[in-house]
Design a protein around this ligand. Sequence first.
Ligand SMILES: [Zn+2]
Length: 296
Amino acid sequence: MFKNGMTYMHEHTTIDLSEVKNNEDCKLDVFSETIKEYQTLYAKGVRNLVDVTNIGMGRHVTYVQKVAEESGINIISSTGFYQESFYPIQVLRETQQQLAERMITEIVDGIKGTTIKAEMIGEIGTSYNKWTEAEKKVFKAVIIAHQATKKPISTHTSLGTLGHEQVDFFKKNQVNLNRVVIGHVDLTGDIDYILQMLREGVYIAFDTIGKESYMPDHVRAEMLKKIQDKGYIEKVFLSMDITRKSHLKYKGGIGYSYLLDSFIPLLQTYGITRHSIECLLIHNPYAFMKELGESI
Ligand SMILES: [Zn+2]
């Protein structure tokens, strides 16, 4: 199902990376606060959110579905494996075929015995400037799962690195690049690097909006203006990749509605048109996910 309205394309409703990061802030499990923020998003016109939390990241699909019911937002679930630092043990023990079968089962039958099916393969990651052997195995498994199910693929790049290598990998494996989104590319701050990916035909995500300590939002706005000028705005998604309690408003963070309340007005001051903003938030996600159908 895909609803008519705005879509956040790369989020985590609940996620737990606290063990590896040794930081309790990275356990985002504040159910009632998340519902409050998602209800605010709904009131502003957000109707879909792609949750790219997958196996080993503290994914909890029944929790997520309750948030969906309480907020009215259609939340799309994902399957796959994130990046080597966070892999569950099965990635090391199993073959690429077995890992692919795990993903296919979650897409075809449902996740962990529920009827909730994964509609996205993601977020599938490479490490910082390094593509480890285990990560290569996962990407090969992703190709098998994608070929079997035709589900779209959403990637993670570490601070935007290896984006070109990811595109080359999908090209080499005959994946339709129109079914792939390369994530976190805004963190490169490098418009030429990003345009080169767009010329290849992939979607790209500016999905760390508001993370000013990594990249100032005015740089994101300048890059989006150049993308608009070059005619590629229809291949870009926006999202915030909120993963910590401290990102939420109750802890003094910017919260999920920052994208709509602060970043979109900023884009307008940089000459991003109303049509482009509708593409970024409504039409582009729909074009990418349209096989899910539309319902209001
Ligand atoms: Zn990520």
